[in-house]
Design a protein around this ligand. Structure first.
Ligand SMILES: O=C(O)CCC(=O)C(=O)O
Ligand SMILES: [Mn+2]
Length: 236
């Protein structure tokens, strides 16, 4: 919202969103993969209000999933929201129930803020995660389900406890002299780390899901709850 200050003669003061958007940083991961990070995407107090709402109102579950053929309890709470008429999501042998956006109006406000920050993007589904403390985590994976198409864009909004988010290049499938050479001199450009702040937005786009893995590892020192929302587009 813009404001005026008659005394100093300003006609318009930049709004919070415009100022904080200027802290947006883009990381070119190479070969068509890109990450954008905005540490202060949402205002601090507003983010705590949203955290409390999500913590209390979302119907969190901790489902049983299959990993390498073995059944285990997913090491974090989850929930899924999607627009009507989309193909169903299935990952690690688990098919979450799709709740409606209308059931959780604040999610629609966050979605609108994400769309405003990312003109041209259109997200129609949302996977929510709640990490109760540092023993909850998400293992190395890519969100490369066929459902999302070849170059999915994923917008991730974080609330609460700061956690480390890691990106690691997938091992190359072609073994050539050059790739062996690359592996020997494996540089830091094959791994990236972000501390995802309360109210931050991280976007993965291009070939990031095809060529990279990401994770939120266990951290003994993380002693409070973190909530993460990943907005995705499911083509119909
Ligand atoms: O919690 C996060 O920051 C990432 C979650 C994630 O990768 C996922 O839900 O696929
Ligand atoms: Mn993911």
């Amino acid at each position: 919202m813009s404001s005026t200050s008659g005394r100093l003669g300003f006609t318009e003061v930049p709004n919070q969103t415009a100022v904080e958007n200027s802290k947006r940083r883009t990381f070119d991961l190479g070969n068509g993969s890109e990450v954008v990070y905005m540490p202060r995407f949402l205002a601090f107090e507003e983010s705590w209000t949203l955290f409390d709402y999500l913590d209390k109102q979302i119907p969190w579950t901790r489902p049983s999933i299959r990993v390498f053929g073995r059944s285990c309890i997913q090491p974090r709470d989850t929930c899924y929201v999607a627009s009507e008429g989309l193909p169903e999501l299935r990952y690690s042998g688990y098919q979450p129930h799709a709740y409606s956006w209308d059931d959780y109006p604040p999610l629609k406000d966050i979605l609108a803020a994400v769309h405003k920050a990312l003109p041209g993007s259109h997200f129609n589904s949302l996977l929510l995660n709640r990490y109760k403390n540092g023993s909850d985590y998400v293992a190395w994976h890519a969100d490369d389900e066929k459902l999302y198409g070849l170059e999915p864009e994923i917008a991730s909004v974080s609330f609460g406890c700061e956690r480390e988010f890691l990106l690691r290049k997938k091992p190359s499938k072609t073994i050539s002299v050059q790739s062996i050479g690359n592996r020997v001199s494996k540089g830091s450009s094959d791994q990236h780390s972000f501390i995802l702040k309360h109210g931050s937005l991280l976007v993965m786009r291009g070939y990031t899901q095809r060529d990279w893995l990401h994770s939120v590892p266990k951290r003994v020192k993380a002693d409070s709850v973190r909530i993460n929302l990943t907005f995705r587009h499911v083509p119909i």
